[in-house]
Design a protein around this ligand. Structure first.
Ligand SMILES: *Cc1c(COP(=O)(O)O)cnc(C)c1O
Length: 494
């Protein structure tokens, strides 16, 4: 390269503006987001929100981690949940239209939650706590992110004068949480496919009894996999995707992770952080929830360990034990929201633990696709084990733990939470460290398992007692892609 061209590089582009200006602080520029596979364009928050997946197949992460000092974290203890949510999310949405009134948004998002603390802590034993994340409209932790993210979609789209169509497939929890988050939002139409006759009555009714013009439930004459295949095919059809402005709200969306970071700070400061370190036990499926905890740690929260709880679908436990990610079939369990084959958000941890080497992550993901397995490089695996440990519990153990907790404390816990409690208690943590288990679902969402373990049928909370009297609205369609596409085209308001 000639001297001339080097000089052009130095003065060209943006580098000239980054020369240090003595005595003046650097102008703060809004946070940019980068893909875990390094080949997608960097985006600002609003585009990351609307696009979900990066166009190189990777997942978006902020280019740098915002930091909170110990003094700032200590001051969080005085805030209520919506105020804390606005504080935690503010650095991530700088430069977005959302920045103007973020606390207004979080107040609205959590106003309908049925516990005034939003995410109350409950003590089970010495240094052993539950963080109850089931006081939202659909009784599972997904409401904590989706209620805020639904409002974010609506505000960003309105500011742009744009609209989107959300299409998703569900076997249970995600569909209802997404519907509750987007119902009556003018800028959004939502279509949720569920397999006819294969969801529980509570789960189906939580989706089909929502009375809103922009909500469309489709019962497909097929299986969950058929539903998911059709959604994938719709995303793969570029003309269709552009025509209806297709979007997704699945857990790979960065905005959902961001909103989940809040309750890690919330719970941590209420049991003594930042003066002492805490530990979290997280019933895990797609790895989105526990990764949000890792983000909180990156931002300054002192966390001694994250315990990743799995049911018999233990790909993650096996990974932490061996350093190798190897796929196997999925078996149905009492904790269906953790019945996963692959944890898509694990890619984010991989990226962080491999020194943010997107090309290397991309190669491992290609390998995974080809051979259903990959080995994490030794150094990255060791790095992960500093912060994470895995534990598994089968259905028999899950029933036993639900029953034990009931006898010890009088509390009814759901099967997912039971896996978390067990994992936290068996991870060999120092007894002096407060252990926080995320209670991810209300026991009434899984009444049969709770009744089998305790003899008590957990009643639905007040707001849902008439669920079985409400009118259901859904359209039954054949397991036929063109039929489903035609229905979506016809009902999406563009
Ligand atoms: C979705 C879900 C999980 C798994 O969370 P991930 O973020 O996918 O790891 C655990 N428990 C319940 C009740 C859920 O709905």
């Amino acid at each position: 390269m000639s001297k001339h061209s080097v000089l052009e590089l130095l003065i060209g582009g943006t580098s000239i503006r980054r020369l240090p200006t003595i005595g003046l602080p650097e102008p703060s520029s809004p946070l940019r987001y980068i893909s875990t596979r390094a080949r997608a364009p960097q985006l600002g928050f609003d585009d990351v929100l609307l696009s979900g997946l990066a166009n190189d197949g990777g997942l978006y992460l902020p280019a740098t981690w915002p930091q909170f000092s110990a003094t700032e974290i200590a001051s969080f203890a005085g805030l209520d949940y919506p105020a804390l949510a606005a504080r935690i999310m503010a650095p991530f949405v700088e430069g977005s239209v959302l920045a103007k009134d973020l606390e207004g948004l979080t107040r609205q998002a959590y106003a309908g939650f049925t516990h005034s603390a939003v995410a109350p802590l409950k003590q089970l034993a010495a240094n052993d706590w539950l963080v109850e994340l089931f006081h939202g409209p659909t009784l599972a932790f997904k409401d904590y992110a989706l209620q805020a993210v639904g409002l974010m979609f609506d505000r960003v789209l309105k500011a742009r004068g744009a609209r989107i169509t959300i299409v998703g497939a569900t076997s249970g929890d995600t569909g209802s949480a997404a519907i509750e988050a987007t119902k009556n939002k003018d800028a959004v139409d939502i279509f949720i496919l569920h397999p006819e006759g294969r969801t529980s009555d509570v789960q189906r009714r939580q989706m089909t009894t929502v009375d809103a013009a922009n909500v469309h439930n489709i019962a497909v004459r097929g299986t969950f996999d058929d539903c998911q295949d059709m959604v994938k095919a719709m995303f793969a059809d570029e003309a269709f995707r552009n025509d209806i402005r297709l979007s997704a709200v699945n857990s790979i969306n960065w905005a959902r992770i961001m909103a989940q970071v809040v309750y890690y700070f919330w719970a941590g400061v209420h049991v003594g952080a930042p003066q002492r370190a805490v530990a979290f036990s997280v019933p895990t499926g797609n790895f989105g929830n526990v990764f949000a905890g890792f983000v909180a740690q990156r931002m300054g929260l002192p966390v001694a360990k994250f315990i990743v709880g799995s049911n018999s679908n233990d790909i993650l436990t096996r990974y932490f034990e061996t350093g190798a990610m190897t796929m196997s079939g999925v078996v149905p369990t009492l904790s269906p929201s953790m019945d996963i084959q692959v944890s898509s958000n694990f890619e984010r941890l991989l990226f962080e633990s491999m020194g943010r080497d997107g090309a290397a992550v991309s190669r491992l993901m290609d390998q995974f696709k080809q051979s259903n397995g990959y080995a994490v490089p030794e150094a990255a695996h060791r790095e992960m084990l500093k912060h994470f440990a895995g534990q598994r519990l089968d259905d028999k153990g899950t029933t036993r733990v639900i029953s034990e907790i009931y006898r010890e404390t009088g509390e009814l816990i759901d099967p997912h939470t039971a896996v978390g409690v067990y994992a936290g208690r068996h991870a060999g943590l120092d007894r002096g460290i407060p252990r926080l288990t995320l209670a991810t679902a209300h026991p009434a969402k899984f009444p049969a398992a709770v009744e089998a373990a305790t003899g008590i049928y957990p009643p639905l909370p007040q707001a849902l007692t008439d669920l079985f009297d409400r009118k259901e609205r859904f359209t039954t369609l054949n397991n036929d892609l063109s039929e489903v596409k035609a229905f979506v085209r016809q009902h999406a308001r563009r």
